[in-house]
Design a protein around this ligand. Structure first.
Ligand SMILES: *Cc1c(COP(=O)(O)O)cnc(C)c1O
Length: 354
């Protein structure tokens, strides 16, 4: 339906890169020179536009800011020592994006627009991909409703966009985590499995309450018993108990199907661990801790990759971990990084070269 030739490209006059130092830049602060913008009107996608990054002009009645039909994705592009550019598993994000769109009653974005748009944009902004250790280019595709009326209904009009942001190392100090028992992130039948903007807004109050108590994030639990662990903040969570890795299964639709989660599960299996995807009760975690078999706990997600957890607090039971002595999470991270930065062979076909 769409090919590269159908993209409308407006060139910049001067790169903003002249004014920015790409070393140790904070996450999400700077945007690159270009952005992709495509409108859905009259039941069809219009010509994709790649143009200089610029503000949008919106009506105060814009549907998305009232009723929240808004979804997004997070992907990373890397430049290896030879200067070759590759994007990590974008096909998985494309599939998930359209699952989120379906759940939020939004139109499907054609693969040609999503994938070609991504490639074109990253090619144009390739100079923005930092090459230092732990640096990358964060890619943010998103879509929102654009009807200009305040009646409650699914919009007829939408905008799909992609913006890019160079990023330095993510803040990865080991986290102190509070096991949440009052607020919930997701319920069966809800939108937990969708990368919908509202899931993030809905989580902020509980996170702020945990911060007041001195914690960095919450470990979400199920809505009915507050016993079964779900996710850690906006990351999937993996427990190493004995010689097994255990992570919540996805069947109930309360957990975001992370690309990093899937990648880490694959690596864990390859280094010899048994991986169980199943309901995990916090009581089982505590018993394992008391028995000395709870070895490691960490979160996984595109932004930070793997975040170690140094403290887990459930009611008045506190679990502390000596993360410096951990072996599995650091090993997985090294294997993962070597693939992403092109130091070892990409045997899984995870890197999409440009
Ligand atoms: C994005 C996200 C993740 C991580 O997914 P990745 O594909 O690994 O980046 C985990 N949980 C939530 C709630 C998320 O929004």
């Amino acid at each position: 339906m769409f090919s590269v030739a159908d993209f409308n490209i407006t060139k910049i006059e001067r790169s903003k890169l002249n004014d920015i130092n790409l070393e140790n830049i904070p996450f999400g602060k700077y945007m690159t020179d270009y952005m992709l913008e495509v409108d859905f009107e009259d039941g069809e996608w219009k010509t994709p536009e790649i143009k200089p990054y610029q503000p949008l002009l919106i009506q105060p009645s814009l549907a998305a800011i009232h009723y929240g039909q808004a979804i997004f994705e997070g992907i990373k592009a890397y430049k290896n020592a030879a200067g070759e550019v590759a994007i990590f598993r974008p096909q998985d994000n494309f599939i998930r994006f359209n699952l989120s769109a379906e759940r939020m009653q939004m139109p499907q974005v054609p693969e040609e627009i999503f994938m070609e748009g991504l490639k074109q944009l990253v090619k144009l902004d390739a100079n923005w991909i930092p090459t230092q250790k732990d640096h990358s280019l964060y890619i943010r595709p998103f879509m929102f409703s654009t009807d200009e009326t305040i009646g409650v209904k699914p919009s007829d009009n939408y905008k799909f966009m992609i913006i890019l942001s160079p990023t330095g190392p993510y803040y990865t100090t080991p986290m102190r985590i509070y096991v949440e028992e009052k607020y919930v992130r997701a319920v069966p039948g809800g939108i937990g499995y969708a990368k919908a903007a509202g899931n993030y807004g809905g989580a902020m109050y509980a996170t702020a309450q945990a911060k007041l108590k001195g914690y960095d994030q919450v470990l979400w639990t199920d809505a009915f018993e507050h016993k079964y662990v779900q996710e850690c903040g906006t990351m999937n969570v993996i427990f190493i108990i004995g010689d097994k890795a255990i992570t919540p299964n996805l069947d109930e639709g309360t957990i975001l199907k992370g690309v990093t989660r899937d990648t880490v599960i694959t690596i864990l299996k390859e280094i010899g661990l048994t991986v169980e995807e199943r309901p995990l009760n916090i009581d089982e975690v505590i018993e394992a801790h008391k028995a000395g078999t709870l070895k490691e706990v960490f979160g996984t997600g595109t932004a930070a990759t793997i975040s170690l957890i140094k403290e887990l607090r459930y009611k008045d039971y506190d679990m502390f971990f000596e993360v410096d002595k951990w072996e599995i999470a650091p090993k997985v991270k090294t294997i993962f990084n070597d693939i992403r930065y092109g130091k070892t062979a990409d045997t899984h076909g995870w890197m999409m070269k440009l």
